[in-house]
Write a protein that binds this ligand. Structure first.
Ligand code: NAP
Length: 295
């Protein structure tokens, strides 16, 4: 039988996931389908419950359903409290981006954003000394939780975080330090108004806010005091080079854009649904970029 998966969101027309998965299906000659489906918040529960009945092997979940999907799936009688790291991270974040139905019809809910971020950094900048660095996370929204976990799992020994809404930084600190034993003394929160003051003490900067995205205001930040040869990354991928990355490039720092994270976070779902570990290649990246720039 043809294997089926999809991405659900509201709205969903912007999603690049179909480009990624259909590229892989074609490349590996797999008889399968992957489509984008508009699911409203009111229809989320029934859609998720009916996944098996409708022949799906699982699905990806995007905005605004990541938290609600966790709430729904984690209470289903067929929920499988899986032991894998992405399932563990889903429990900690209470937000999911990938659902897999196993052979017994059990629901496995995972979050692969942290893997996407970590794999992309390690693959594109393998020589950076992560284990002797201090990371500065700008923003403390949904994606930021995954980034904090990724940095901790990469054994980055110091993390600084700032966010307009300060309580969200406290929440991430609590999650990371109590659930994953990240040392509290090595996790520092800086007030949003003082965000430019800490750059001299960090060498790995990650923008996780939505500021700088096409159509949004710029991220108002001054990275002049970053030490030489720092690594600056943005999880935004549209535009590919955000203002922050342009600033960093002009100062001679290493930069990593957000598109690689998007490609890498898709791989575990594809492997579970379609039985083939896919590769993130330049050709795939070009295919997705073509779609992005045609908009
Ligand atoms: P989110 O939960 O809505 O968080 C948004 C973040 O941006 C919060 O920290 C928020 O601060 C901050 N922010 C928004 N407007 C602001 C403003 N005017 N001034 C200061 N801060 C502001 O969103 P998310 O899911 O974390 O996603 C964030 C970005 O990451 C999006 O652009 C998304 O496309 C991108 N993303 C990329 C990938 C990838 O694979 N590359 C994966 C996930 C997300 P407050 O808390 O104060 O509101």
């Amino acid at each position: 039988m043809m294997k089926k998966s999809c991405v659900i969101g509201h709205p969903i027309s912007h999603s690049l996931s179909p480009v990624i998965h259909n590229y892989w299906l074609k490349k590996y000659n797999i008889e399968g389908s992957y489509e984008a489906i508009e699911v409203t918040p009111e229809n989320l529960e029934s859609f998720l419950k009916e996944l098996p009945k409708n022949g799906y092997k699982g699905c990806n979940i995007t905005i605004p359903h990541k938290e609600n999907a966790w709430e729904i799936i984690s209470k289903l009688p067929d929920f499988e409290n899986n032991d894998s790291l992405p399932a563990h991270v889903a429990r900690y974040m209470k937000a999911i981006n990938t659902v897999v139905l196993d052979e017994k019809g059990k629901y496995i809910a995972t979050n692969t954003d942290f893997l996407g971020f970590a794999r992309n950094l390690i693959e594109t900048q393998p020589d950076f000394d992560y284990q002797n660095s201090v990371a500065y996370i700008i923003g403390a929204g949904g994606a930021s939780k995954a980034i904090a976990f990724a940095l901790a799992s990469m054994r980055v020994p110091g993390i600084v975080i700032t966010n307009r809404t300060a309580e969200k930084c406290e929440e991430i600190k609590k999650l990371l330090c109590s659930n994953f034993n990240y040392p509290e003394d090595n996790f520092n929160i800086i007030e949003w108004e003082r965000r430019n003051e800490v750059f001299a003490h960090c060498n790995l900067v990650v923008n996780t806010t939505s500021l700088g995205m096409k159509g949004k205001e710029k991220l108002d930040i001054n990275i002049e005091n970053l030490p030489e040869n720092s690594l600056v990354t943005d999880i935004i991928y549209n535009p590919l080079e955000t203002d922050l990355l342009a600033q960093a490039r002009k100062l001679g720092h290493v930069t990593v854009d957000g598109l690689g994270m998007l490609l890498h976070q898709a791989a575990p779902g594809f492997e579970s649904w379609f039985g083939k570990k896919p590769e993130v290649t330049k050709e795939l990246r070009d295919e997705v970029l073509k779609k992005l720039t045609s908009r």
